[in-house]
Ligand binder design. Sequence first.
Ligand SMILES: Cc1cc2nc3c(=O)[nH]c(=O)nc-3n(C[C@H](O)[C@H](O)[C@H](O)COP(=O)(O)OP(=O)(O)OC[C@H]3O[C@@H](n4cnc5c(N)ncnc54)[C@H](O)[C@@H]3O)c2cc1C
Length: 380
Amino acid sequence: MFELTPEQKDIKQAVREFAEGEFREVARMLDENGAFDESLWKKAAELGLLGVFVEEKYGGAGLGYLEHSIICEELARVDCGIAHSITSTFFGTQLISLIGSEEQKKKYLTPVCKGEAKMGVAITEPDAGSDVASIKTTAKKVGDEYVISGNKTFITNANRADFLIVLCITNPDAKKKHERFSTLIVETNRPGYEANKIKNKLSIRCSDTGEVTFKDVTVPKENLLGEEGKGFYNIMEFLNRSRLEAAGFGVGTAQGALEKAMDHVKKRKQFGVPLADSPVVQTKIAEMATLVEAARSLLYCTSDKVDRGEMDHALIAMTKWYAAEIAVKVSDEAIQLHGGYGIIEEYDVAHYWRDAKVLEIFEGTKEVEKLIIGRRLLGK
Ligand SMILES: Cc1cc2nc3c(=O)[nH]c(=O)nc-3n(C[C@H](O)[C@H](O)[C@H](O)COP(=O)(O)OP(=O)(O)OC[C@H]3O[C@@H](n4cnc5c(N)ncnc54)[C@H](O)[C@@H]3O)c2cc1C
């Protein structure tokens, strides 16, 4: 089993206490209302949980992806929607840290890590989900500016963010299809930016998801992130890091559902004895716990490799797919062990299961993750 350092264990414990103390009471209410409580994000910022992998000189903690994975795990153990609402405020700092200019790092990373600004990443469009290269949003160079037109959908923080990293077509005539794209930083208060909230989601309901329209939104050329024509590759590099976040949510959600199931089977009596006395129930709990432990070991091991500069894309895809899948399986079994009570929201296991499902969809669907793994293994 992967052994955390004493400092990493301290972080895990501190985040667990934070999430237990601040989320447990409000999680169901925020989920029902489909709205986040921004004071939780502020408290997370005060604790230094935002962008921990960002260098200290830009306001981060200068730690690694392993620490970030542990934080995601512990936040999602109590509530995945709140976890996502907090960590999505710095979703994209991975990319700015990797390829941003010195000015961009100072301007955008520092306020986000301090909890003074929120950001997001806008890739997906109504007709371009898994097939990222089929996006249509354009950014035309006019003098020293880019003029952006198009529509994005399913954008986390569309209605909350101060700025988004937007994938656009800047070089439509490039010979290679994947060299047509660039990433631009777009402030959401620029004229022509419009966002709508997507309501009544199945999962992570308190997290903001929206549709965005860019009607001739103008940004200066200084807002180009990385090189022109490299946007597609930038986004793929970004996803390789951000997938670990979804994997962390998977491990945490599965752990939270497992604990709910264990509590229930110890208390609930049938045939005169607690359910926990039944070998069938014991076997189910054993299987659930083993899946969680396997996903956690994979998560820690992969995150540690990324921190050591070993970018194994297939291993990252395995970690994200597996953690998401076991989160669905474990929360499904947690409902089963609750019997009829499992489908009542008051018992929370249905909430874990609903939240787990989205982890198989965003940051690359499980089918796409398996394609990445298969292609890499077969050298395609
Ligand atoms: C809550 C939420 C938050 C999100 N946040 C963001 C965000 O912040 N920024 C952003 O840009 N996007 C975001 N997304 C979008 C997300 O990344 C996409 O939903 C995801 O990439 C899948 O795209 P799609 O929904 O268009 O599904 P599709 O691509 O249409 O896929 C539908 C189904 O077909 C399968 N499929 C597709 N292609 C293949 C293939 N070649 N072979 C086999 N099967 C295939 C998929 O696996 C899936 O099962 C978010 C989505 C959700 C639900």
